[in-house]
Design a protein around this ligand. Structure first.
Ligand code: BES
Ligand code: MN
Ligand code: ZN
Length: 512
């Protein structure tokens, strides 16, 4: 999508549609909003008429289209809900509702009147940022394998109308244009089907990204993994004819003293469960089990494009989990890169097994000041927090606070969950290894998984994000999700962790 920031007036801007926000009427007799007076005149009084008759209320998700008596851009009004509870997420959603409503209407350019989205804590820069989010993310579709796509393409260009934009606004616009471009790219990779996105193909994509974005990329293939003793990745990948890969990407950061942040992602290109096979219904969604690793690709791309201060290392733990005569099995004990052994009790708890190597690899080879992993790790996460909120597990209050702020700024929701010695004991109670990958008590599955991962972080500041729910939407869940999502991969974590990195100043963010 082409984007531009313009200081033209909504009345004269060259676009097929002009989009403005409308606040919700507080009572049945709420007078017609004065802010809409100019548009009302242009529509020959049609807008105030709709308001008085109660057809136009300004409720969230509401869309009303009007025409100018003199021709020119049609007027698209989008409901913003009550003014006093307005926030950036409201803008994101409204901007997406508007652009989606224009699909198939012959509209190729839409101009948002950014000022009409400003109220309370949402200033012009924040409004512009969220409009870009809503417009770009809201019109995303994965069409790579559609020979004929039914609708005409959604708006190709968005003009954010406003007064002569101050520097803070142009900077916010440029940054968000980059970030949403990265999210789009991330979604395109995460949506690739499992027959195409094999571990080796993900490695190729990482190498291509390294070339285009000046990142150092190291790919470890199965022979190198063998040499290094990455028994976790090898065990999980052993049932597939597409062998595992450990992929490391490096962005050097600003200055010689830049702290190193490691971002580690679970990259299971397809999770059938292996010998502990999953039931058939919805197994196809397990192509999204690579979402954490693909988000890592996006985060590294954003880190470079936006030149964040810290040095950023991305580690992708990629393997395919399939049943076959060469698969790993329940009962296996595998030795991992760290030297610690895992007793495999359930081959479907494979994410933690590949991450054991990746986390230890990050510690040993990059000496990170902090580590964050992203993983579609447990069904228990979806039971506890659903498909809109990721689970955060960390001992480190400073990391938790930085992530909380990044989450508030981006709308990528997270919720901190506890980790106690009880959960640690449960994973250590292995009969034949140092830890076991599954616990016979089917309780607190998200937390026992986190306790397992903690075994491999060598006491570094570390935060775990379980994104099993929010990583993707399905035709069913999508109906209830914000309009800026669409069926398939969400790219969850890219805006969150890019924000985290952009705002990362060593020492700050700690709670007093
Ligand atoms: N990839 C799944 C988790 C998952 C479930 C992601 C639903 C997205 C949606 C993971 O590998 C898995 O199978 N976890 C098991 C662990 C259990 C066997 C200990 C689970 O959560 O059931
Ligand atoms: Mn699994
Ligand atoms: Zn999995």
């Amino acid at each position: 999508m082409r984007l531009s920031l313009s200081s033209e007036s909504p009345a004269t801007v060259a676009a097929d549609a002009g989009v403005s926000g409308v606040w919700e009427a507080v009572a049945a007799d709420t007078p017609f909003p004065r802010a809409l007076a100019e548009l009302d005149r242009a529509s020959g009084g049609a807008i105030s008429g709709a308001w008085k008759s109660g057809e136009l209320k300004g409720k969230r998700k509401e869309i009303a289209v009007f025409h100018r008596t003199s021709g020119g851009p049609r007027i698209v009004l989008v409901g913003l809900g009550p003014r006093n509870t307005h926030d950036a997420e409201g803008v994101r959603r409204a901007a997406a509702e508007a652009i989606r409503s224009l699909a198939g209407r012959g509209v190729t350019t839409a101009a948002y009147d950014a000022r009409s989205f400003v109220a309370g804590r949402v200033d012009l820069a924040s409004a512009v940022r969220s409009i870009v989010d809503g417009a770009v993310l809201g019109s995303y579709r994965f069409t790579k394998f559609k020979s004929k796509f039914p609708d005409t393409p959604v708006a190709a260009s968005v003009i954010v109308v406003g007064p002569k934009p101050p520097k803070a606004v142009t900077a916010a616009f440029a940054e968000e244009e980059t970030l949403t471009g990265v999210v789009t790219w991330t979604r395109d990779v995460a949506n690739l089907p499992p027959n195409e996105a094999t571990p080796a193909r993900l490695a190729e994509i990482a190498l291509e990204l390294g070339k285009s974005h000046e990142l150092k990329v190291t790919v470890l293939d199965e022979k190198q993994l063998e040499k290094l003793g990455c028994g976790g990745l090898l065990a999980v990948g052993s049932g597939s004819s597409h062998p595992p890969r450990l992929i490391a990407l490096e962005y050097p950061g600003q200055g010689a003293n830049a702290p190193t942040i490691a971002v580690v992602g679970k990259g299971i290109t397809f999770d059938s469960g292996g010998i502990s096979i999953k039931p058939a219904p919805s197994m196809s969604y397990m192509k999204f089990d690579k979402s954490g690793a693909v988000a890592v690709l996006g985060i590294l791309r954003a880190a470079r494009a936006l030149r964040v201060r810290p040095r950023v290392v991305g580690i992708m733990a990629c393997a395919e989990n399939l049943p076959s005569g060469s698969s790993y099995r329940p009962g296996d004990v595998v030795r991992t890169y760290s030297g610690k052994t895992i007793e495999v009790l359930n081959t479907d708890a494979e994410g933690r097994v590949v991450l054991s190597d990746a986390l230890a690899y990050a510690v040993k080879n990059y000496d990170p000041a902090a580590m964050i992993d992203l993983a579609t790790l447990t069904g228990a996460q979806t039971v506890a927090l659903g498909d809109t909120i990721a689970g955060l597990v960390t001992k480190d209050d400073g990391l938790a606070e930085r992530l909380r702020r990044a989450s508030a700024a981006t709308g990528e929701a997270i919720w901190r969950m506890p980790l106690t010695d009880y959960h640690r004991e449960l994973v250590r109670a292995a009969d034949f290894g140092d830890v076991r990958n599954s616990v016979e008590i089917p309780l607190a599955g998200m937390l026992t998984a986190a306790a397992f991962l903690e075994t491999f972080v060598d006491d570094r500041p570390w935060a775990h994000l379980d994104i099993a729910g929010p990583a993707y939407t399905t035709p069913t869940t999508r109906k209830y999700q914000p309009a800026y999502l669409n069926v398939g991969a969400v790219g969850f974590g890219v805006r969150l962790l890019s924000r985290f990195l952009l705002d990362y100043v060593p020492g700050k963010g700690r709670r007093r």
